[in-house]
Design a protein around this ligand. Structure first.
Ligand SMILES: Cc1cc2nc3c(=O)[nH]c(=O)nc-3n(C[C@H](O)[C@H](O)[C@H](O)COP(=O)(O)OP(=O)(O)OC[C@H]3O[C@@H](n4cnc5c(N)ncnc54)[C@H](O)[C@@H]3O)c2cc1C
Length: 321
């Protein structure tokens, strides 16, 4: 099996660790191989704890320099060299772009946005949500190679009971003239703030906040809990919050330990992005709001009254620890 892994500042992205965990369950006897572009040995140190047997480190380029079309070529060429039957990606913004390109190059079927994998490599059945999470499809493919993308935050990353020493192999790639797009500049937004898809706690706000300047109430609770700020599409469309914070069918899928929905009605498209959260807390002044149907804890109340009190209580608790 070949896994496309992405480095983070202190190791590998959580979505990459989820890929390794998911691969362990379906690898059967086959070797789990990672492919990562431009990671250091320190960044890869964590991979063995999760059971990654070998990793190919691509040197001589970066994903930004190469562009997604060339990243797909690198992965497809490596899959062909290895005779891989299964290629896994995270269904994040990178995976959603690179995986289909890789599948085309390999003439492979692609099964996107999987939430379960069953079987063993070469004969994997995958489950994926359809109709905004109202139904699930179970799929297998008939092509010799299959590309899967796994929905982030669904396959919980777990260290292996039998950690291994990952065998690291370098492969130098030279990108020629076939670069179709070039990254001109990279701008880091909100440096230091947590990505909603990676955070363990997410506090999201909706139209119930009434105006963008009231989002400080959501930010304060998120800070007190050490979490990230999310948003409903209604407030993103209104320009109150950036699209990167949007949770839902056309935003990000999150599955944190705790999700707090503040002034969010709980439309099916919003639920599609957060209903797999471990604990859901809803604050809404309408006791019949659909969000209460999925909430583990519900507060029927006004966000302007509840949020400052909740933040003060949590800050007091955390300051005592
Ligand atoms: C194709 C498609 C894709 C979509 N994708 C997404 C998506 O990815 N993510 C997403 O979120 N939506 C998505 N939507 C939009 C979705 O249908 C809803 O319109 C949206 O989620 C509503 O956002 P909201 O809950 O903030 O606003 P509203 O539905 O207006 O709800 C506001 C809630 O706040 C409560 N409220 C009001 N005042 C207060 C107060 N003072 N205190 C407490 N509660 C209060 C109200 O009771 C209400 O329940 C999509 C829609 C379509 C058609």
């Amino acid at each position: 099996m070949l896994l496309y892994l992405e480095p983070s500042s202190n190791g590998l992205k959580r979505s990459s660790l989820e890929l390794i965990t998911a691969a362990r369950a379906v690898a059967g006897g086959s070797t789990i191989t990672g492919l990562v572009i431009g990671a250091t040995e320190e960044q890869l140190a964590v991979a063995g704890e999760y059971g990654l047997q070998e990793c190919i480190v691509i040197t001589g380029t970066t994903p930004q320099q190469a562009g997604n079309s060339n990243v797909a070529k690198i992965i497809a060429d490596t899959a062909t060299e290895l005779g891989t039957k299964t290629v896994l990606f995270a269904a994040n913004s990178t995976g959603k772009d690179v995986a289909p390109r890789t599948a085309v190059r390999l003439q492979a079927a692609i099964i996107p946005d999987c939430v379960e994998l069953h079987g063993t490599t070469g004969a994997i059945e995958a489950v994926r949500p359809v109709f905004a999470g109202k139904a699930f499809q179970r799929l297998s493919s008939t092509t010799p190679t299959t590309v899967f993308t796994l929905r982030p935050n669904v396959f919980t990353a777990k260290k292996s009971d039998a950690p291994v020493q990952t065998a690291v192999r370098s492969k130098t790639v030279t990108i020629g003239a076939d670069v179709r797009t070039t990254v001109v500049t990279n701008t880091t937004l909100n440096q230091g703030s947590l990505d909603v898809a990676e955070a363990d706690i997410v506090v999201s706000g909706g139209r119930g906040l009434k105006a963008p300047e009231h989002f400080n109430l959501v930010e304060d609770l998120a800070n007190a809990l050490g979490g990230a700020v999310g948003a409903s599409r209604a407030v993103v469309d209104a320009g109150w919050r950036p699209h990167r914070e949007q949770v839902g069918q056309t935003g990000k899928t999150v599955s944190p330990t705790m999700y707090v929905a503040c002034g969010i009605s709980g439309a099916v498209q919003h639920l599609a992005g957060m209903s797999s959260s471990k604990i859901i807390v809803a604050i809404n002044k309408d006791k019949d709001a659909p969000i209460f149907k999925v909430a583990d804890y519900g507060i029927v109340g006004d966000v302007f009254d509840v949020l400052p009190k909740l933040t003060a209580k949590i800050s007091a608790l955390t300051s005592h620890n």
